[in-house]
Ligand binder design. Structure first.
Ligand code: ARG
Length: 545
């Protein structure tokens, strides 16, 4: 059934996400997202789900936003939002196939904070796309090929360690071997060359792959523990080694035939990109990160027929991806069109008690331990009364929200105290409010009504809260289009501040039952919005802490 509000708004093609301060709600300004659908036509996604195609008569403030003014009655608005707030998108565009390459660490090289960011941001992008019913493939492309394997092989030999001895904490052990060999190689070209030869042997099939296979397996088992802890599941694992010299021979020949690559004086195969030569294949025919990515991209296009292929990788690889897309575009324009490099900045100063090299697991352990200590201090409880699982979720929440609260392209300095604070704009605070709202719902003694009686909800704070709730869909929409979680996180912080005021200003217990139950409807709506938003940014909402 179309509500009165929806009818008015449909006629005007508008929906108001704002209220005026006095609660009278006369003229209100609102912001909507609209984006180009076709030439001269825009789709406007309105806060409560109405979708409207408009001709090009909209004066755009920026590419994505538009402001409207509309008259609306406050009570109609409050009722409509509280009864109709949708926790799933109410409109849908044609679902798109979206493949997201994220996390993608290297085997035998450290899982560094760049991979942490890629993991957190990529997971959010997958969630928001799923929310809008896109068909998402979460892809982890593991770096299991390249000279580092030669170095590793050298290091293992030199230290006289067999792969079977690595089982206990393989990521750290492999890292130590790698660092050791790298150090030796940096001062001795012979070692460097030997490592290259080792890798060339592997790539040309002259070397036994048994060790390499074991190393891969051990690393993935270890990685999966971390992903489980973060609540992430990949749909597919792909390997750089799938695109080794032998596998991409045919592709290289095609590129050569079409003059996309040529042989330079030193025997390397090179492609022209931005007026310079980039190496695609070394003179000894070994592949590079670039060649493997070119082959992998074409392969993915064939396999998934994606509309979008998103690479969540740090800023430092901007040139790399520009070259990949450019070279692939010369072979297949349509494939290139769907590609986007989702860049992000660096985290500085992230370290744990044990030092500067950061393994993701250590960060999460440290966050859990710190939450544990804090809880013990604040509650003065026996240690055994504090739940480890809760501390783990609180710790990951703190790290995730701290990361996603700024625009992804910004570099930021990591600060444990700020990340773990329980007041102000923090993940812990959001979890705390979610628990508190849940507890109110369970213990208020009244039930959540299905009908909203706006005449009972006259307080100014309610007008403000409802106005925020009405923006929820628009917020999600913007964060989808911009691939920016901070739009949702900052929205959550704003809602959290209002929730604090709601707890001070609106009693649910010890008031008239009807009034208490109407107020509970507002609290409940807010909790659901917080819950859904937390899940989208990749945080598991807590119900008790
Ligand atoms: N393994 C790479 C690194 O750690 C990131 C891979 C990103 N994905 C890709 N298709 N290149 O730098």
């Amino acid at each position: 059934m179309v509500t009165k509000l929806k009818r008015i708004l449909l006629e005007k093609a508008l929906i108001p996400p704002g209220l005026d301060k006095n609660g009278n709600l006369k003229k209100i300004k609102c912001m909507h997202i609209s984006y180009k659908h076709k030439e001269n036509a825009y789709i406007i996604n309105l806060s409560n789900g109405i979708q409207k195609l408009v001709k090009n008569n909209v004066s755009h403030k920026s590419d994505n936003y538009e402001q409207f003014t509309v008259d609306i009655n406050r009570n109609v608005f409050v009722k409509s939002i509280l009864e109709n707030i949708k926790y799933e998108p109410v409109y849908s565009l044609k679902p798109k196939k979206v493949v997201i390459d994220f996390s993608s660490p290297n085997i035998a090289k450290p899982f560094h904070v760049g991979h942490l960011r890629s993991t957190i941001i990529g997971n959010f992008i997958a969630n928001i796309n799923k929310y809008f019913h896109n068909d998402v493939v979460k892809l982890n492309y593991l770096g299991d090929w390249g000279t580092q394997f030669g170095l590793l092989q050298y290091g293992l030999k030199q230290k006289n360690i067999s792969v079977d001895e690595l089982t206990n904490n393989p990521i750290k052990n492999l890292y130590e071997v790698y660092v050791h060999a790298n150090k030796l190689a940096s001062v001795d070209d012979n070692i460097q060359n030997e490592a290259k030869r080792f890798f060339s042997d592997i790539e040309q099939g002259r070397s036994n792959l048994e060790n390499w296979r074991k190393i891969r397996e051990l690393t993935v088992q270890e990685l999966e523990k971390i992903y489980r802890r973060l609540g992430i599941q990949f749909d597919d694992y792909h390997w750089e080694s799938d695109y080794n010299g032998e596998a991409i021979k045919g592709l290289m020949e095609t590129l050569e035939k079409q003059n996309i690559i040529t042989t330079d004086v030193s025997g390397k195969k090179v492609a022209k990109f931005n007026n310079r030569n980039v190496t695609v294949l070394k003179s000894d025919k070994t592949t590079l990160y670039l060649s493997r990515d070119i082959a992998a991209l074409l392969d993915r296009f064939k396999k998934y027929k994606f509309d979008k292929m998103l690479y969540v990788v740090d800023n430092a690889q901007t040139d790399h991806f520009a070259a990949v897309f450019d070279i692939v575009g010369k072979l297949d324009k349509q494939c290139k069109q769907g590609c986007e490099h989702i860049k992000f900045g660096r985290i500085k100063g992230m370290s744990t008690r044990s030092g500067n090299v950061v393994f993701l697991n250590d960060i999460l352990d440290e966050a859990r331990q710190k939450m544990f200590d804090k809880q013990r201090e604040s509650k003065n409880t026996r240690t055994s009364a504090i739940n480890e699982g809760t501390c783990d979720i609180l710790g990951t929440t703190a790290v995730v929200i701290n990361d996603l609260k700024q625009r992804r392209q910004k570099d930021y300095v990591f600060d444990w105290d700020r990340a773990l604070q329980s007041e102000g704009d923090s993940g812990v605070k959001l979890q705390y409010l979610h628990c508190r709202l849940w507890s109110l719902e369970k213990n208020s003694g009244v039930t959540i009504p299905t009908n909203c009686e706006p005449e009972l909800l006259t307080e100014e704070i309610i007008g403000e809260v409802v106005a925020e709730l009405a923006r929820f869909e628009e917020v999600l929409n913007r964060s989808l289009i911009e691939n920016e979680a901070c739009i949702i996180v900052n929205y959550l912080f704003r809602v959290a501040r209002l929730v604090n005021r709601m707890f001070n200003e609106l009693k649910v217990k010890n008031v008239d039952r009807e009034l208490g139950s109407q107020r509970l409807l507002v609290f409940h709506s807010v909790r659901l919005v917080i819950k859904i938003a937390l899940e989208i940014v990749g945080v598991k909402p807590l119900y008790e802490m």
